[in-house]
Design a protein around this ligand. Structure first.
Ligand SMILES: Nc1ncnc2c1ncn2[C@@H]1O[C@H](COP(=O)(O)OP(=O)(O)OP(=O)(O)O)[C@@H](O)[C@H]1O
Ligand SMILES: [Mg+2]
Length: 293
């Protein structure tokens, strides 16, 4: 499958659910495949060009947000690839980033401007998200009075788990925790303002940070439909789940099946694959202002 090319003669650093990360010595080669994971299970079908579309969106945001925090991106220019990979140029074009190799902070830095997903589930149970008490009368998808920071652990096996900021501070120390919290909220706020002006609500998102040479950097992918909830502003109405630009569409299809959400995943009909690809392309166009080609 094209989404699953493994590069020979180059050391694998990590095979994630969606990305293959290679070790180039001091640097990493991050390759976004076309794989899609739902409920933490990698599906057997991929979404053509998904890796390129999401890499393009990340690169746009890295540049737009670079005044807030420096990031791991070194180059996405095909000329920067090691010459041993030249025969893979066609596959790699647009879907790779050469990045600084970082010591990853083992928390997902989630920011929520709206209440949805696992946050909504938690709120319904106890009126809180990650220990943050919220007003009593919120409806699903409501806008919060201000964005909140709701970290989650990066589980190496199984699902990530929402934790309180207190838990994060106990693990990382007050200084680093406060820094990544403030940065996450500033990044979300700047990006959400831009997206809103273009007709997309960024309901929530997840950032990752790491250290390289003692410098704190924004790493991984940024503000893509895989790491965020993007809602079309024109259809927004609280009190229900929202239409979205992300894989919610695939999740909704999978929910109609009798599937226990454990591997192997069911195959996706062609129509679902095509519609999902269209949604990713539309998000790319709205955010970057360019057609995806
Ligand atoms: N600059 C970097 N230095 C080191 N690791 C990085 C860097 N940028 C991203 N990563 C890591 O590369 C991996 C990307 O792969 P992917 O997102 O597909 O993994 P995943 O299955 O989601 O796993 P995870 O739960 O760890 O994110 C992530 O583990 C991410 O933390
Ligand atoms: Mg990831």
């Amino acid at each position: 499958m094209l989404g699953d090319v493994m590069l020979p003669g180059i050391k694998l650093f990590k095979k994630g659910k969606v990305r293959n990360v290679y070790d180039l010595g001091n640097e990493l080669l991050l390759i976004a495949t076309d794989r899609i994971s739902c409920f933490d299970v990698i599906l057997s079908d991929s979404i053509p060009d998904k890796g390129r579309i999401l890499t393009g969106i990340s690169i746009f945001w890295f540049s737009y947000l670079s005044d807030i925090v420096k990031n791991h991106l070194i180059s996405s220019d095909i000329m920067s690839l090691p010459s041993s990979l030249s025969e893979y140029g066609e596959y790699l074009k647009g879907r790779f980033m050469i990045t600084k190799k970082c010591r990853v902070i083992p928390f997902e830095c989630v920011v929520r401007g709206y209440i949805s997903g696992s946050g909504w589930k938690e709120y319904k149970q106890n009126g809180r998200i990650c220990g943050i008490k919220l007003p009593a009368d919120l409806k699903e998808s409501d806008k919060l009075s201000e964005p909140i920071f709701t970290p989650a652990t990066k589980a190496s096996v199984g699902h990530d788990e929402n934790v309180s900021f207190q838990t994060m501070k106990e693990s990382l120390g007050v200084e680093v925790s406060t820094k990544v919290k403030d940065l996450s909220i500033a990044l979300y706020t700047k990006a959400a303002d831009l997206a809103r002006s273009k007709g997309i609500i960024i309901a929530d998102t997840k950032f990752e940070f790491g250290f390289c040479d003692n410098q704190l950097l924004l790493i991984d992918e940024v503000l893509t439909p895989d790491s965020s909830r993007f809602w079309p502003k024109e259809d927004y109405a609280p009190g229900r789940p929202q239409a979205s630009f992300d894989k919610q569409f695939v999740r909704d299809y999978l929910e109609t099946l009798d599937w226990a959400k454990t591997p192997p995943a069911p195959r996706l009909p062609r129509e679902i694959i095509e519609k999902t690809q269209d949604k990713y392309k539309k998000a790319y166009k709205i955010i970057t202002g360019k057609d995806f080609i």
